[in-house]
Ligand binder design. Structure first.
Ligand code: ZN
Length: 307
């Protein structure tokens, strides 16, 4: 594992290396047990918008879930293909939201209703997206951890807000017993494209001093919204430094983030083979059977002979 002072030189290296690509940084205070994950996923969420032809509201909902899935990879081994699936089933018009990410920073997702409309409410004299009305404030949040070691581990909690970040913080506390603060933001431009998407996760572990615990709580509380920090030019490492200022921040993890769907002809064929033979015969009677990947829209066609 790398460990470098998250200071001037490292900040410059990160900026030069990643430029405007998407990535996640993991940082810790040098002498206290806490972890900070910050991710930028602007291009990744924009890719999802183009694949699924998402409306602005659906872009925000799926984008937040995708950033959430990336933050949930804090639960799997870094740089492996262990993965985490996040499923949100709320009573709002967007329907089911699914996002899946792996330890290598690869993420994919879809929503049931990609053309859902945006609800807004007034906050401090400004119109803001009211995501809880898109996702719904009642329902469940399911996390499936696939550690590639036998049966996947599934955990379900009720939705507490429908804004996704708060729901994830509740999940971390309730199911993983780790006190966590989560912030996620997705901003859509006038033309409907995704201009900013990112998030952070701050976790405190056992043995942390009361002084640092209080300090981190206050920092997180005073932090501007994620999209506001991104709009002002802050990169993931800058946000990590803001949270850990004065605590000798160390960079301990780094990964590029991208939209990636590992679907294949083999997987598509296997899904058809789950059907009874009689049904396969019926489907292939009038031409090839089609399997459409929900995550990336790729279409696989199989004739009766292929199957
Ligand atoms: Zn696919």
């Amino acid at each position: 594992m790398i460990s470098r002072d998250l200071g001037g030189e490292t900040l410059k290296d990160l900026r030069d290396y990643f430029q405007d690509r998407d990535y996640m940084v993991v940082a810790v205070p040098k002498e206290e047990p806490a972890r900070v994950y910050v991710v930028r996923a602007t291009r990744t969420v924009e890719t999802a918008r183009r694949i699924h032809d998402l409306s602005p509201a659906a872009s925000v909902a799926l984008g937040r879930a995708m950033v959430g899935a990336l933050l949930l990879t804090s639960l799997v081994k870094h740089a492996t293909d262990q993965k985490v699936l996040l499923k949100i089933e709320g009573n709002g018009p967007v329907g089911t939201i699914v996002a899946e990410a792996d330890g290598k920073g690869r993420v994919r997702g879809f929503v049931e209703n990609p053309r859902v409309e945006l609800f807004t409410r007034e906050v401090d004299g400004r119109r803001k997206a009211d995501l809880s009305r898109v996702v719904g404030s009642e329902g469940t949040l399911t996390v499936v951890k696939e550690l590639r070691m036998g049966t996947p581990y599934t955990s379900v909690v009720p939705l507490v807000s429908g804004e996704i970040a708060k729901d994830l913080a509740y999940y971390f506390f309730q199911s993983e017993q780790v006190p966590s603060a989560v912030g996620i933001g997705v901003l859509v431009g006038e033309d409907g494209s995704v201009t900013h998407a990112g998030g952070f996760l701050v976790q405190t572990l056992g043995g942390i001093s009361g002084r640092v615990l209080d300090l981190l709580e206050k920092r997180v509380k005073d932090l501007p919204p994620v999209t506001e920090m991104m709009l002002s030019g802050k990169r993931p490492e800058d946000i990590a430094v803001t949270i850990l200022e004065g605590l000798k921040p160390q960079l301990i993890g780094l990964k590029e983030v991208e939209y990636y769907c590992p679907c294949s002809e083999e997987v598509a064929k296997a899904s058809l083979h789950l059907l009874p033979e009689k049904e396969i015969d019926e489907i292939t009677q009038n031409g090839p059977a089609e399997v459409v990947c929900r995550f990336c829209g790729r279409v696989y066609r199989f004739s009766k002979e292929d199957l």
